[in-house]
Design a binder for this molecule. Structure first.
Ligand code: FAD
Length: 404
């Protein structure tokens, strides 16, 4: 490879781990990280957990500390965005006007929080949660007695609701669907999460649509629902999903759909460019379809394969998606990718420790979740990876050993 080396665009977990994997694999060429945020890459799960709950400082959840980048001979370009990509010329233009050449390029531009398109959404006291700055603003808003309206009962909304409750705020969660998390976990397990929050004092309202943010003197004072009712609040958090940052790739002419399309080795439609982490919509060899996974575990592990591809080796990423969450006294891991969220077999008690399994039409395990139960993780991983066929009745019976 010539002098220009490898440029990684996107200073999140996937970007940082791609640099690490390249050096671990013996790559000795030039390495540059371009990151739009002014911070070293950091671990976002901590934003809605440790940071909001315990005030853990940013330094404790940066992926690598500053000396690591020196030690690994990485040139850092933080606080500047890549604004244009010339695939034919092998250059990236940055927001400060500089142009970098590259031999090979990794795109790890991640996602941004979806913005609500509603009247009043620009008022002070309306929040999103994606960055350390967002988390710091929420940290100031979540205090004893504050009234918090959380719009969206997804992972971010529910984790933030739990953090706000832990800090003594009054919380209302407003979810459009039949249950929070229903699209991912189905209505039965989503209902168990709703109950968890209700037991912890959250007013969870489902089947409701927020029509606008009520603002008074430029500050959010609550939200109005489509039925005209009103929820008073001192702060409103929108947790309505994430949008992948694919514009740079799309404008350059790379193939994109809901993410940047990549093959099993994370190679984009340009052989000199890989995409990794939240933006990668991968032809997943084990799942047999394209998937784009917005999970920490994917951003953590795809880089090893991305680095191999960047170095010209043949590699394939076939790890099953894995997600985790912590809310109140509940901790869980979810493996796989259920295509039929409402077809679930539960083993154990929904208000305590349990396992849940999502099956396909042939009763094969597509996804599995362990809640407050940590011994079964490996068994569940194997069942999902092998898509094991099960007997529903025996699977639900905690006295019958899990099939091995
Ligand atoms: P990102 O972390 O989004 O990083 C991308 C970076 O690229 C950003 O810094 C962005 O500013 C930068 N960038 C974008 N465009 C450009 C550009 N043009 N030029 C330069 N830089 C650019 N996942 C779990 O599995 N479990 C959890 O419990 C969990 N909790 C979460 C809690 C919160 C609050 C959030 C926000 C996410 C959580 N996630 C969780 C998801 C997980 O954090 C993401 O999947 C992961 O961060 C993806 O990493 P990434 O590097 O692909 O993207």
């Amino acid at each position: 490879m010539s002098e220009t080396g490898i440029v990684v665009v996107g200073g999140g977990l996937a970007g940082a781990r791609t640099l690490e994997a390249l050096r671990d694999q013996g790559y000795e060429g030039r390495l540059t990280l371009v990151g739009a945020e002014p911070h070293l890459p950091y671990e976002r799960p901590a934003l809605s957990k440790d940071h909001l709950l315990k005030g853990t400082p940013l330094e404790e959840f940066t992926t690598f500390d500053a000396p690591w980048y020196d030690d690994h001979d990485v040139a850092l370009r933080l606080g500047v965005a890549a604004v244009a990509l010339d695939l034919a010329g092998h250059t990236v233009t940055l927001s400060d006007g500089e142009t970098l050449g590259y031999t090979r390029l990794a795109l790890a531009t991640g996602s941004r929080a979806r913005q609500p398109d509603l009247d009043g959404a620009g008022a002070e006291g309306v929040h999103l949660l994606r960055t350390i700055e967002d988390s710091e603003r929420l940290d100031r808003a979540f205090h004893g007695g504050a009234r918090i309206a959380v719009v969206g009962g997804g992972w971010i909304g529910l984790e933030a609701a739990a953090a706000a409750r832990a800090r003594g705020a009054e919380v209302t969660v407003l979810e459009m669907g039949e249950q929070p998390l229903g699209r991912i976990l189905g209505t039965r397990i989503g209902g168990a999460f709703a109950e968890l929050h209700r037991r912890n004092g959250v007013d969870v309202r489902t089947g409701v649509t927020v029509a606008r943010v009520i603002a008074s003197g430029g500050r959010a004072a609550g939200v109005e629902l489509e039925d005209g009712s009103r929820i008073d609040a001192d702060a409103v958090l929108f947790g309505i999903g994430a949008a992948p940052n694919i514009e740079l790739a799309a404008e350059a002419g790379l193939a994109v759909k809901s993410g940047v399309l990549v093959d099993a080795g994370l190679r984009t439609s340009d052989p000199d460019v890989v995409a990794v982490g939240d933006i990668a919509e991968q032809a997943h060899p084990a799942l047999g379809r394209y998937v784009r996974v917005e999970h920490w575990d994917t951003a953590r592990h795809q880089p090893e394969v991305a680095a191999r591809t960047l170095r010209g080796e043949e590699a394939s990423y076939d790890r099953q998606p894995l997600f985790f969450t912590d809310q109140y006294d509940l901790g869980m891991e979810y493996r796989g990718n259920a295509t039929r969220p409402d077809d679930v077999v539960v083993r154990g008690s929904l208000d305590g420790a349990y396992l849940a399994f999502w099956l396909d039409e042939q009763d094969r395990v597509e996804a599995a979740m362990n809640v407050n139960s940590w011994d079964a993780g490996d068994a569940l991983a194997a069942m999902v990876a092998e898509r094991r066929m099960v007997d529903r009745r025996r699977l639900a019976d905690p006295d019958v050993p899990l099939p091995t």
